[in-house]
Design a protein around this ligand. Sequence first.
Ligand code: KIV
Length: 263
Amino acid sequence: MISLLESFKTKKKSGHRLASLTAYDYPMGRLLDGLGLDFILVGDSLGMVILGHADTTSVTMDDMQYHTAAVARGVSQTPLIADLPIHALDTPELAVENARQLLRAGAVAVKAEGGREVLPAIQSILSEGMPVMGHLGMLPQRVREEGGYRMKGKLPAQAEEIRLDALALDAAGVFAIVLELVSPPLAIQISKAISAPTIGIGSGPDCDGQILVTHDLLGLFPWFTPGFVKPKVQLADQIENAVSEFVAGIREGSEKPDSEILP
Ligand code: KIV
């Protein structure tokens, strides 16, 4: 069977631009499956858009396993990737055990935030035959230390660190690298320098692919939409309209539930 590493590198070589979205539950997994996405990510962004936390720093392995298993029940055609949450890579042994648990829950690969500082943990997972996607640039699991979501790599020294991280992850054998809020010129430079495809989010249009949080694309989290997202639809408005219509219909008596009783 062709490995994720080979298939993603082949896609990059052929100029195929990868498209990906997140899913956190069974219906969204099932709705997204088979729509041509190159992979579906159970992101730890679920801490914010599903669990209502301010950031991803309180997401646990239990949360990730629970949501990965739910999405996996709805996905049969698209590679499903699950995020290793904060502290999941604290030691190489822990990283291997956590990756194994996410694969047992139904993912085919894991995503790990960080560069050379987590390389031993990533290498351990890879050496056990489990595919890993990297994640560089703005690292949401470190948002508290960093004091906010800011573009990375505008200054030469920081750009060089991110570039070296990308080269190290590529050499280690990750099958793709998410570049989050990386300055677009640096994202282009990295995309040209490595063999694995880069998957951008807020990093300009010229990565090898793009990923978005599905709730942002569909207008399902109206309380905050990142500036780089152009929602395709406003589902929160449609929910509001449908529910208001239902409530008004009940009050006026025009909304009549079907009285037919099943045999
Ligand atoms: O947690 C997440 O959903 C992510 C992506 C948006 C890249 O890491």
